[in-house]
Ligand binder design. Structure first.
Ligand SMILES: [Zn+2]
Length: 249
């Protein structure tokens, strides 16, 4: 058992004493994911990625995912809840300080939602400064994260445009694998969104004008070739790449 939310306090204490002194948590979101996926997608995938990384690292525990994030660019769609970036910063300070007080020596923070990468990068220096003797590792490279997903889509024969950066083939596949009840399969044929390049210009546009400026249905990609098998591969590859990143730090 490595998931703190499913453990008793004595079990957590015992684990830390036995050398499980790394803790991993994801920062997800509660936001629209087009017509096919539930709004909890980034929180659900955050849980799965953080748990996968925790298990691969060994001697590590998973802390609860932060289930809401910075989603202002999705607010024209119902069901989205957004945090101001200051609120997210406060949450992160409190998470890191709480975990530090229980003796964790390494805290790993994984954003599973694009809008959280920037706010996380802004506060990462401060999180390190406020935690002397604790290694705080924050994954903050959004374009690299998207590239990792695209590398897997190459291997699966899915175009980058269809794999997409939001509610496209990649995310729908990952949800089919991780949480099938969160996928409305019957909506997939009508869920083709923006299939242009996801570059710096596109990300700027999204954060400045909202995602609807690129896709009126809130989808970047086309989920038509989604499958559970693809989802398993995306998640396994992402976990491997994140573990490599952590080991290189
Ligand atoms: Zn997402």
């Amino acid at each position: 058992m490595v998931d703190i939310a499913r453990m008793t306090s004595p079990e957590v204490g015992e684990a830390i004493k036995n050398g499980y002194d790394t803790v991993v948590f994801a920062v997800g979101s509660n936001e629209q994911h087009g017509p096919c996926l539930t709004v909890s997608t980034d929180a659900v995938l955050g849980d799965v990625l953080a748990l996968g990384v925790t298990k691969r690292l060994g001697d590590a525990l998973k802390a609860p995912t932060i289930r809401v994030g910075c989603s202002e660019h999705h607010m024209t769609f119902p069901g989205t809840i957004t945090l101001r970036k200051e609120t997210l910063h406060e949450l992160l300070r409190d998470y890191v300080s709480s975990l530090g007080r229980h003796g964790f020596k390494r805290i790993i923070i994984l954003p599973s939602h694009g809008g959280n990468f920037g706010p996380l990068a802004e506060v990462s220096g401060e999180l390190r400064e406020m935690s002397p003797g604790i290694e705080v590792i924050v994954y903050t490279d959004l374009l690299e994260f998207v590239e990792l997903i695209m590398k897997t889509s190459d291997g699966l024969g899915v175009s980058h445009e269809n794999a997409g950066a939001h509610a496209g083939e990649a995310e729908v596949s990952m949800m089919m694998y991780a949480n099938p009840e969160g996928v409305r399969k019957e909506c997939i044929p009508d869920a083709k969104g923006y299939v242009g390049a996801f570059d710096e210009e596109a990300t700027k546009k999204i954060f400045a004008n909202g995602i609807a400026a690129l896709s009126p249905i809130g989808v970047l990609g086309d989920p038509k070739d989604s499958s559970r098998e693809h989802g398993k591969k995306y998640i396994e590859d992402l976990v491997e790449a994140i573990v490599d990143f952590i080991k290189a730090m």
